[in-house]
Design a binder for this molecule. Structure first.
Ligand SMILES: O=C[C@H](O)COP(=O)(O)O
Length: 250
């Protein structure tokens, strides 16, 4: 049985004080034990977050990671460094990394391999841009993103991947995919996983939806059978809203 997961991607928000405050408020919140809760603060806040989440069920994720073990890569952070401050997940392939930092499928494939080699679980993001959807290319785009960075993995490795479908046109725009559009793409992704790996693998992988998820729309999105939770941006920055989203499963 796959897990329901709600992950908060804080992006480049919250200094050390704000991050501590947010985590303290989250710890006071009453959220469902059956949903796995993950937070992804910026690099500078990971160590403090790790201390603050001790004794809670909250898991820690990084927003990015370098693909090499170590070396002369000024400004970069390795998997081993992340592990040393209690990180268990790493977001890879976010559309902001793909678009702004030109991260290619090939690079993301290396990052996925590096994460798995270091026992970090990738939250691997896929999603089409508005133009792709208008041109009815959205399925093809998502299929390529998955196959180019993940389909070389073994079934055993694939079990450690969490997927996030984030239509780029819905990120931070207030516009959400309809519950039907989300379900349609999630079912398509699960079918691809079944064809490439097995139905057992496909049914065991959590596929999260991301893109303007809020307390007011989370219930309708999470009610779909192939939507196993959310990757939340803006609404993860308020403990009250994030908690309401976590508690939005039927
Ligand atoms: O990683 C999170 C997504 O980019 C969604 O962001 P958003 O909830 O602010 O639209």
């Amino acid at each position: 049985m796959r897990k329901n997961i709600v992950a908060g991607n804080w992006k480049m928000n919250a200094n050390a004080n704000a991050a501590s405050e947010l985590i303290k408020n989250l710890k006071k919140s009453d959220f469902s034990e059956t949903t796995e809760v993950i937070i992804a603060p910026s690099y500078t806040n990971l160590a403090i977050a790790n201390e603050l989440i001790t004794g809670s069920s909250i898991e820690l994720s990084s927003q990015n990671m370098h693909e090499s073990d170590r070396g002369a890569f000024t400004g970069e952070v390795s998997a081993e460094m992340l592990k040393s401050v209690g990180v268990t997940y790493v977001i890879l392939g976010h559309s902001e990394r793909r678009a702004i930092y030109k991260e290619s499928s090939e690079l993301l494939k290396s990052k996925v391999d590096q994460a798995l080699k270091n026992d970090l679980k990738p939250i691997f993001c896929v999603g089409e841009e508005l133009k792709d959807r208008k041109d009815e290319n959205h399925f093809k785009v998502v299929k390529n993103q998955l196959s180019e960075s993940l389909f070389h993995l073994s079934s055993e490795q694939m079990k450690n991947i969490v997927l996030a479908y984030e239509p780029v046109w819905a990120i931070g725009t207030g516009e959400t995919a309809s519950p039907e559009q989300a379900q349609e793409m999630h079912a398509y992704i699960r079918k691809l996983l079944s064809d490439q790996f097995s139905s057992e693998i496909a049914n065991g992988i959590s596929i999260l939806y991301g893109g303007s998820v809020k307390p007011g729309n989370a219930k309708d999105i999470f009610a779909n059978k192939d939507v196993d939770g959310g990757l939340i941006g803006g609404a993860a920055l308020k403990a009250e809203d994030f908690t309401a989203i976590i508690n939005s499963f039927e």
